[in-house]
Each structure stands twice: as structure tokens, then as C-alpha cells.
Ligand binder design. Structure first.
Ligand code: MOS
Length: 742
């Protein structure tokens, strides 16, 4: 038998199944759990960027009211983790175990955790520490650290230095139109509404429970089990709700290990919340990038050569590469010669890490601005240049895309936006005294699918409970999984209860790389098939059943809660009744398999209008249209919000976000939401989102590709290109603040 997925619930704009819990405050986020006797930990960060702790005087702090313990490198429990702990299966992007020695690698590195009965007592005592440092000269920029340049071969399975054709010769050919420019993006820092937090509780010396704000419960379980040398099943991670994440909650950061250490010492549960200030050094960021792109095209606009050299920074405590060439110039357009390279410099800043479309996001910003510059060098409409270079194949792998409807994205977007009314010359469109600019850019993100298992428990005449150790970052995953479960199992959507966010459940991957719906959805379909096989087996074994004597191969889901063989059918409930059962369980899943014959990639198009005040030089985004091809849309309401959120973040990247480091201390100087600007409601116009395309059944049985990250790709370029069109000024250094338009 086979389970064919017929969409009933899938495709409906269902409101979030967890919406009521969230708006009534009933949804419990990890920091809101209250194990009895809960103590509070407060983290203290280093005020120097490089050197060593000579001494920490804790005597006054230890005597302060409510203080239970002061942990530093001098007295933390020594961890006995095995030497291969980095390969636990989870993600520990900052490789150093916190408090492991006196060495300081970056400003903000945790040097102590104060544990007290209340948060206020712990924070007060933190001010009583006396720390003496040995200060060394530190590096913050690549100019500070030229000798640290490295060209790593690989990062997260992607080849970082690649070429096709003879790039130097291709760029030197006569009669080509060429541009070569350098684009830079600043450090950008994660600011989800929910800051990271961990509550650690040791029920006994061999068992650890963590309520942890994470995108990866199974990964956190693996990393923490390794670090404390415990069997994996002795560590439980609980995280039913996440208040935004965007990558910062994928790895296990030092505060999580610190919470477990602190709880071990004080023999009480301990909560550590990463303050908004410490989020700027404690949970990753997008490092600054410097990208030099050379493009050459024949007069008709056909690309002949693409060269993309990226440089970026990393920290001394990990090996992150912001892979700008991956997911941008390696997939966007084809050319006879393509080359990209990555050079990484090590400086004394905290560990950079995943941030929404890591690599693809700054990469598409630079690549799509370069395309705009090439369009102007050619005297060609920027949209026309994209249409000329739309390619059916993966440019480097040479295989066809599974499905690609980028042309339709361009056409629908242009139509909705009114692109044909655009005047090409910069500064030529006005609205009263304001200059109007229209810019566009291509969006793209790979479709990923990893391993997952799903457990189903179907109750006769009642609810169906479906479980996977997956996550809902606020994206609507609970709802999408509920819809897929309903159709795959064949039950009404209101009868499905989907549970996630616990390491007790069957394996779910990190909620990253926009993979969750494709991965968990495929596992749901596999588990549903196992359930149907079990039910069919029961029906065939029951002499009273209408399906007694039917051909097993012919039995399939024929309607809500019904199996049939084409002529006769029986309900799930009658099957269970006939077998004397009140419920039935099944488990199934998928394993990642590489498809060498097809490329799986989503594409889209952004169209942006800005207006610029000629006297104040203030830029406002006034219209935005995004059209995406992500295969079948499981839920247009939550899916549309994903794209909208990506565009908002892209507008912030173009015009506002910038983590500034203090040259004196090495600390981020922008460490709160007053200094670190993200878009507020007044910065954001109505954003129109449309979906086009067709289900991508070569990718998975739902036909859907991920949506978490594609919205931000290209979005900043669309804004930057619109600013150029309005002003004639090409700012190649984000964010585009008004001083750069002078
Ligand atoms: Mo995303 S940066 O893979 O959470």
C-alpha cells in the first residue's frame, strides 16, 4: 500500500494552532518554568578583549545577601568530556568550554557566574567582584590582523574555494562590459524578542534536565551530554516555545553549560538568562563581510564571467566562515567562468555564527547590487538583465533544478509593482519634493532536508497525537505540521495534536537552514504510512471486516479516517474496535539522501520603492513586493508571514543594523535596542507577498521547499538598488545611513 498525500488541510490559511496559548500568556517559554527552589545565575563578562585574568577577588561578592556561590575558572567543576566532544552530533560553535582557563579571547567572554536566591541579588553581587587582568593588544578588524588570513577548504560541508572555466582569461576578453566593486556589510547581531536562557536542574548526580531556549533540542542534548560525560538519555532538553531565533539558538552557547555547572555546585535548579546586553557577545552574530565582485557580460547582457572574493572575520574560539559565495554567485546565474573564494581573519570578538541565511544573505546583497551596477554599465533595465540570465541548471553542478519558476516571480512581481512605468535614469522619478527610487533583486535559498522520526498515536474516536523533537521558532511550524499530519494520516485537522520541543520525542533536526517543514513533513508522511499498514494488517486479520480477504497492496487511505481497496472500505475506528483496541501507535521517518541528478533551490524576486528627502537625505521604504517560488505552500498565512519577516529584516540590514565595537575596550558599543537599530513599525510599509510555482514532488511528498530564510536574501540589495535609483549615489557599505548619502 502507499500513502498518497491529498491536500485538504494543506494549503489552507489556518491561523496558528498555538496562537491562543501565545496571546493569553499560557505558552510557557523555557525561562518561565519554575522548578521548586529555583536559584538565579548572573553572568559576568570580561571587560578586556585579550589577555588573561591575573586574579579575581570574590570574597565580598560571596558574602553579599542571597549569594549561594561565585563560580570562576578557579573553582568551576572540571568537566571530563571526551576529546572528540566537538563531534557530538549537536552544534557547539564556540568550541571553548566556559571558565576552562584564565585566558581572555574577546570582550564579554564570561569570567564568572554569580548564583543567588534572586536575580537582583546575583546582579548586585556581580558588581562586587574585583578582577585584575593582564592586558594584551587586541585585534578588531582585518587590518589589525593581516597575518591571521586563512582560506579554509570547507565549511559545514560546502566547498569554499571553487572555480569553473578560466576566470582571468574570461575577464580579460575584449568587447565585454565589466564592473568590479567591493561591498561591505557590518557586524549584525541577533535580537529575537526572547533572549537566550537556560534553567538547569539535576534530579540526581547522573541526570540533568535543561529548560533551554534552543532551535535544536536533540543537538543540545548531545552537546551537554558530551560535555558532562553523561549518557545521552540522561540529559533532557525541554523547549516547547521559542520567541524568535534566526540561528542564534542553534548552537549550545557557554551560558547553557554555565547553568548546568552552577546547578551542580549549588545543588539547586539554576536559571541563567542572557541579558539583552550579553546577547551582543554571548550568542553569535553575523560577522562583517568584504566582498569584491567582478562581472563581465556581452552586450546582450549574457554573463561571461563571475568572480566573487569574500573576506570575513571570525573569533579565536571557533571556526565560523560566513560563506558569501555559497548560495549567491554559485547558484544565481550561469556563466562560462565562475570563481569564488573565501578568506577569513581571526580577531578578538565573540564567536560569529548562523544568522538568517548565513552566507546567502550578505552574498546575495553584494551579488544583486553588482548585477544592478552591470545593468547600468550595459544601459539595460535591471530586470531585463536578470531575465536574460535566468538559467535552468545549477551553474556549478550542471544539473537541472527540480522546479524553477523564477521567471514567473519576475513577471508577477513586475506586474504587481508596476515596474514598466520605471524611468531608467537615476534621480529621474519624483513625488513632489521627494526623490523616488525603484530597485529590484533576486532572492534564492537552497532547499534542505535532513533526518527525522515521527511517532503517531491514534485514539479510536478521538485525538491523534503526533510527536517529533522539532521546534517552532515562532514561524508557524506547529500549524504546518498539524496540517501535514491531518492529510497524511487522514484525520480532520482539529483532531491532530502536534507535540514538539522535547528531547524525549523521536529525532528532529536543528530548526535551521529552512529545513523543518520538508524534513518533519516527510517523516510525518513516512510514519502515517506505517500507521496505515498496521491498520490494514488489523483489518485483513479480522474476518468480520469489510476488507477481510482484500488484496493488501490495494489498500489505501480513501477518505477521512477510512481505508479501502477500491470497492469496499472501513473506518479506522471500526478496525480498532474489531481488534479490541482503544488506540494504535506507529513510528516512521526519513534519512537524508543526496540527489545527484537534481538541484533543489527556491527563488524569488523583490521589488522595492524608496523615497529620499533631498534635504534631509532620509530614506524611507514606501512599497515592497516579494514573489516567491517555494514549491507548494503548506499555509499561505504563516508562509506569507515568513517572507514578510525576512523582508523586514532585510530592510533593517539595508538601512539600520550595525554592531559597533569600541576601539578602546573591544566591547560592542551598541548593546541595547536603543543603540542597535532594528526596524520598527513606522519603518515598514505594506509588504505584498505572493507565491508562484508548482509542488516540488521530486523533493518531498508535500512538494514544499523551506521559507525561513529566502525572504531576507536579496532584500537588502533591492533597497540599496532603489536608493541608487533615487539618488544616483551608489553606497556599497551597509547600512545606508544618511551620512553616506551626503
Ligand atoms: Mo537559520 S540561520 O539556519 O536559523
Amino acid at each position: 500500500m502507499s500513502t498518497e498525500l491529498k491536500p485538504h488541510a494543506i494549503g489552507q490559511p489556518l491561523s496558528r494552532v498555538d496562537g491562543r496559548l501565545k496571546v493569553t500568556g499560557a505558552a510557557r517559554y523555557p525561562a518561565e518554568f519554575r522548578p521548586p527552589n529555583l536559584a538565579c545565575g548572573f553572568l559576568v563578562g570580561s571587560t578586556i578583549a585579550k589577555g588573561a585574568i591575573r586574579s579575581i577577588d570574590v570574597t565580598t561578592a560571596e558574602k553579599a545577601p542571597g549569594v549561594l556561590a561565585v563560580l570562576t575558572h578557579q573553582n568551576v567543576p572540571k568537566l571530563t568530556e571526551p576529546p572528540n566532544a566537538k563531534d557530538s552530533g549537536g552544534i557547539r560553535i564556540e568550541e571553548r568550554i566556559p571558565f576552562s582557563d584564565a585566558k581572555i579571547n574577546y570582550a564579554g567572554q564570561y569570567i564568572a557566574v554569580i548564583v543567588a536566591t534572586t536575580f537582583e541579588e546575583a546582579r548586585y553581587a556581580a558588581g562586587l567582584l574585583r578582577v585584575d587582568y593582564e592586558v594584551e593588544r587586541f585585534a578588531l578588524t582585518k587590518e589589525d590582523a593581516p597575518d591571521t588570513a586563512k582560506q579554509p577548504e570547507e565549511s559545514i560541508g560546502e566547498k569554499l574555494q571553487q572555480r569553473k572555466g578560466e576566470i582571468a582569461a574570461a575577464l580579460a576578453k575584449p568587447d565585454l562590459v565589466k564592473i568590479e566593486e567591493t561591498y561591505s556589510t557590518p557586524t549584525e547581531t541577533h535580537n529575537p524578542m526572547e533572549c537566550s536562557a537556560t534553567i538547569a536542574e539535576w534530579p540526581d548526580a547522573q541526570h540533568l534536565v535543561l529548560y533551554d531556549a534552543t532551535q535544536y533540542v536533540k543537538g543540545a542534548q548531545a552537546v551537554v551530554a558530551q560535555a558532562f560525560n553523561l549518557p545521552r538519555e540522561n540529559v533532557r532538553i525541554i523547549c516547547p516555545f521559542v520567541g524568535g531565533a534566526f540561528g542564534c539558538k542553534g548552537p549550545v552557547w557557554p551560558h547553557t553549560i554555565a547553568a548546568a555547572m552552577a546547578a551542580l555546585v549549588v545543588k539547586r535548579p539554576v536559571r541563567i538568562e542572557v541579558t539583552r546586553q550579553l546577547m551582543f557577545s554571548g550568542t553569535g552574530h553575523r560577522p562583517p563581510t568584504f566582498q569584491t565582485i567582478a562581472l563581465a557580460a556581452s552586450r546582450d547582457g549574457k554573463l561571461q564571467a563571475i568572480r566573487h572574493k569574500s573576506e570575513m572575520l571570525t573569533s579565536p574560539v571557533g571556526a565560523w566562515v560566513e560563506a558569501c559565495g555559497i548560495g549567491s554567485t554559485n547558484v544565481l546565474y550561469d556563466a562560462p567562468a565562475i570563481e569564488f573564494s573565501h578568506t577569513v581573519y581571526t580577531v578578538n570578538v565573540s564567536q560569529p555564527s548562523f544568522m538568517r541565511a548565513p552566507g546567502e544573505c550578505p552574498g546575495t546583497y553584494a551579488a544583486e547590487c553588482a548585477m544592478d551596477e552591470l545593468a547600468y554599465a550595459l544601459g539595460m533595465d535591471p530586470l531585463q538583465l536578470r531575465l536574460v540570465n535566468d538559467s535552468p541548471n545549477h551553474p556549478l553542478k550542471g544539473v537541472p533544478w527540480s522546479t524553477k519558476h523564477l521567471r514567473e516571480c519576475y513577471e508577477v512581481g513586475a506586474e504587481r509593482f508596476g515596474w514598466n512605468k520605471r524611468q531608467h535614469a537615476p534621480g529621474s522619478m519624483k513625488d513632489g519634493r521627494l526623490s523616488i527610487g525603484w530597485g529590484m533583486a533576486t532572492a534564492t535559498y537552497p532547499a534542505k532536508k535532513w533526518d527525522a522520526d515521527v511517532h503517531i498515536q491514534l485514539h479510536a474516536g478521538g485525538k491523534t497525537i503526533v510527536k517529533c523533537a522539532s521546534h517552532d521558532l515562532g514561524t508557524g511550524a506547529y500549524t504546518a505540521f498539524t496540517q501535514i499530519s491531518a492529510d497524511a494520516i487522514g484525520v480532520p485537522v482539529e483532531d491532530v495534536v502536534f507535540e514538539l520541543g522535547s528531547s524525549d520525542f523521536p529525532y528532529g533536526p536543528v530548526a535551521g537552514g529552512s529545513n523543518s517543514t520538508a524534513t518533519v513533513g516527510s517523516a510525518i508522511v513516512a510514519a502515517a504510512q506505517k500507521l496505515h499498514e498496521k491498520l490494514a494488517g488489523l483489518a485483513l486479520a479480522d474476518k468480520e471486516s469489510p476488507l477481510a480477504g482484500a488484496e493488501a497492496k490495494k489498500i489505501a487511505l480513501v477518505g477521512a479516517r477510512r481505508l479501502g481497496d477500491g470497492s469496499k472500505s472501513v473506518s479506522f475506528d471500526d478496525i480498532l474496535h474489531g481488534a479490541g483496541l482503544k488506540s494504535i501507535e506507529a513510528q516512521g521517518g526519513i534519512k537524508e539522501e543526496e540527489n545527484k541528478k537534481l538541484g533543489f533551490q527556491s527563488f524569488g524576486a523583490h521589488f522595492c520603492e524608496v523615497n529620499v528627502d533631498p534635504e534631509l537625505l532620509s530614506v524611507r521604504v514606501s512599497r515592497f513586493v516579494s514573489v516567491m517560488d517555494c514549491g507548494r505552500v503548506i499555509n499561505p498565512k504563516t508562509g506569507g508571514s515568513q517572507i514578510l519577516g525576512g523582508v523586514v529584516m532585510g530592510i533593517g540590514m539595508a538601512l539600520e543594523e550595525h554592531t559597533v565595537y569600541d576601539r578602546q575596550t573591544g566591547l560592542p558599543a551598541t548593546r541595547n535596542l536603543a543603540d542597535y537599530h532594528v526596524p520598527v513599525n513606522a519603518d515598514i510599509p505594506a509588504i505584498e507577498v505572493h507565491f508562484v510555482g508548482e509542488p516540488d514532488f521530486a523533493f518531498n511528498p508535500m512538494g514544499s521547499r523551506g521559507m525561513g530564510e529566502i525572504g531576507i536574501t536579496g532584500a537588502a540589495a533591492a533597497v540599496a538598488n532603489a536608493v541608487f535609483h533615487a539618488t544616483g549615489k551608489r553606497v556599497r557599505d551597509l547600512p545606508i545611513t544618511l551620512d553616506k548619502l551626503l
